[in-house]
Design a protein. Structure first.
Lengths: 147, 75
């Protein structure tokens, strides 16, 4: 199951902690924190050990965090954000590329702009003025919006 | 000259004033550029200066000055 949490924020760190608290409630007594690897990728920690996977994206005071047992990548953008054609064809395509790049754990490389994406692993959805893409191997997907 | 062209590229991408961008401006903290901004900026640099920016080298750019130095070595 991929769980995607969305929250509007004024303080980004507090918003991350709020989402972690909500996710912890659903996870049988585990308390989650996040540490960052040297690559900059976030690692989900429970009881001082790596425990599942998380990906984070934020834009325009919206924070999105995706949780999964397996590797996961998420990207959130404003749907009206311009992207030049030399980069890719649309902001939706960009979110798919970024979600995939985060899923690999290696970050974005130029090749990813041109190579075929694993489309069956990426879900793209629009909500309000935004577009979000999630990349992962699990098919079950839920979105939780926090207020 | 490189700084002037580079700061114009960055300013256009990020909607800033060109004179707000100096050699010491940090890409992450001061400019708050995200991945898409960085890719757009790098591709514009490549077009403007007719160079190829290596992905691994780009990871090491911390300030605008780092980018100026990199471009100057290649042109």
């Amino acid at each position: 199951m991929i769980s995607v949490y969305l929250i509007k924020y004024t303080d980004l760190q507090q918003a991350k902690e709020r989402i972690l608290q909500e996710y912890s409630k659903k996870s049988k007594g585990k308390t989650y924190t996040i540490e960052y690897l040297p690559s900059g990728a976030p690692q989900l920690i429970a009881n001082s050990k790596p425990s599942g996977c998380v990906s984070i994206s934020h834009t325009d005071s919206w924070l999105a965090m995706a949780f999964s047992k397996d590797k996961i990548g998420i990207d959130l953008e404003r749907a009206d954000r311009e992207v030049s054609s030399k980069v890719c064809e649309s902001i939706e395509k960009w979110t798919r590329i970024e979600a995939y790049a985060k899923w690999t754990g290696l970050g974005l490389s130029r090749d990813m702009l041109f190579e075929k994406l694993p489309d069956d692993m990426i879900i793209t959805k629009r909500f309000a003025k935004y577009v979000v893409s999630v990349c992962g191997t699990t098919k079950d997907f839920q979105i939780v919006a926090l207020v | 000259m490189v700084l002037e062209k580079l700061s114009k590229i960055i300013a256009e991408q990020l909607g800033m004033k060109q004179n707000e961008i100096t050699q010491d401006t940090s890409l992450k903290e001061d400019l708050q550029a995200d991945s898409l901004d960085i890719v757009e900026i790098i591709m514009s640099i490549e077009e403007e200066f007719d160079i190829q920016v290596d992905d691994d080298d780009a990871l090491n750019f911390k300030t605008v000055g780092d980018v100026v130095e990199y471009i100057e070595k290649l042109i």
